[in-house]
Ligand binder design. Sequence first.
Ligand code: AMP
Length: 578
Amino acid sequence: MNPSFSTESAWKIFEELTVNAHQTQQQVLQEILTQNLHTEYLSQFLSSDSDREDFKNNVPVVEYEDFRPYIQRIANGEPSDILLAETVTALTRSSGTSGGQQKMIPLTDREMDRRAFGRCLLSHVENKMHLHLRLLFSRPEIKTPSGFPTRPILTSIFMSKHFGQHESSLYTSPIATILCSDSKQSMYCQWLCGLLQRNEVVSVGSTFGSILVRGIKFLEDYWKELCSNIRTGQLSDWISDTGCRNALLTILRKPYPELADSIEDICNAKSWEGIIRKLWPGTKYIDATVTGSMVQYVPMLEFYCGDLPLVSKRYSSSECDLGINIKPLSNPCDTSYTFIPNMAYFEFLPIYEDGEEARNKKEESELVDLVNVKPGRFYEPVVTTFTGLYRYKMGDILKATGYHNNAPQFQFVRRKGVFLSVDMEKTTEDELGEAVKQANQFIGQFKLHVVDYTGAVDISSIPGHYVLFWELKMEGSSHVPELSPGTIEQCCGIVEESLSFVYRISRKGNGIGPLEIRVVKKGTFDELMDLFVSKGASVSQYKTPRCIRHEEALKTLNSGVVGRYFSQQFHVSTALKW
Ligand code: AMP
């Protein structure tokens, strides 16, 4: 696939692919099978004359752990054709983990071309004549014992020739600032470049909503220093990365006192409501994924960005690109992703209303093809990729919403299997998210917001109970908010009332103890991210885990606790809500 398409021709191809979604999927599977039938993995299930039917009947539907031994062998220097025929150029470090270890996914040159095609499609919504401010981050390459480079997929993309030649000129951040592996220096320089070019910027964003919120908090802490650099034309001494320093030489060429004055005027305002539009007056939209678990960042982004549309452009992963949002101005809660039929071979495991996946082998063999999904139903995507994953369960839950031509569209619902559990109760990520949203609305009247949150289970006393860690922010102030214990205790009650019927029954029967909120000091969730980043996670792909079991992470959170509050609710309602 030629990655250097114009966006118009990429769009034309996309239209053809979606019209011919079924044929495209057949070709994709045929190509993957022809190339890889002889691999050690596939030859366990298929012979040289196997066809699509044999694939469906014989190749098992599996999870990451089934591939880990093969990928580990490749990492240790064995030829990669144990899993796939194409040459593996690097191993992608995903933000997801399996069995507590980071997942690694093989990457090839052709896969990079495929993803470049996906990005060409997205440029269709981006005006190439203007500049876009994007906070983008990389992680250093780590070599496996046999010398294989491993890196997050976004780092591979930023390092690629295609990005350097065709895409980086769209952004205010010079490539050296994106590739700087010190995220603090990188963030500082990217804001500086964005501020220096503030009148040319037409959109502001990052990969995920959480990263943009984090970025704006950083701006609140550093705007005075940034203004001083702009006023004097001198970059702060603590920026020691030579790539960043050299890149800034071409942008911060001289003192810009008037620019510094106008930025200072804006940032000095009592409230930062709508700050993004004030700082970058030409901004037309915010580009950051806010679907799925990112939906909780919407209120904060709406506060900082005013009424600018929040655009979630893509559904993508380390495993493969999956879909794009062809109606970028849709409301985040209505955003659907149209699957791109030539990115991988897609099948779908139906998820039943109780959240259960297929219960037996027969149901698994009835995986639904891309063109046969039914709008209104829930599914987990099962992908067969060009990079050596065969019938691999992605772990995401999607809701089919309709079709574009013959390619289905899905809303992202949540990651599978992320839950808190005490007694018989299981609280899913989106149930917790919804409950926190209710409490967040309640504290909005006191000008408080939940900046970030996560959950854990405390079973040190009987019965066990849920603990929510909350970082709070007072509107228009960067100081630690004053809290009235009664308010947060009320929040505990609101969360409990919003949780499931099973939770409330368990709570009433004393199977679960009163819910606890531990308020943490400002910056605790940054420390949590730093911890995961120090273990290899990518800043650009980082998603706050909503359920913490990791001991070091719990220690980090507990060391930031400034107040503990328990639900005082003695009678949790057990009425069913419809
Ligand atoms: P990674 O492997 O680090 O690239 O993370 C991929 C995961 O991020 C996916 O499996 C999803 O769980 C999540 N993700 C990717 N795109 C979206 C999106 N548009 N909305 C919500 N979650 C997403």
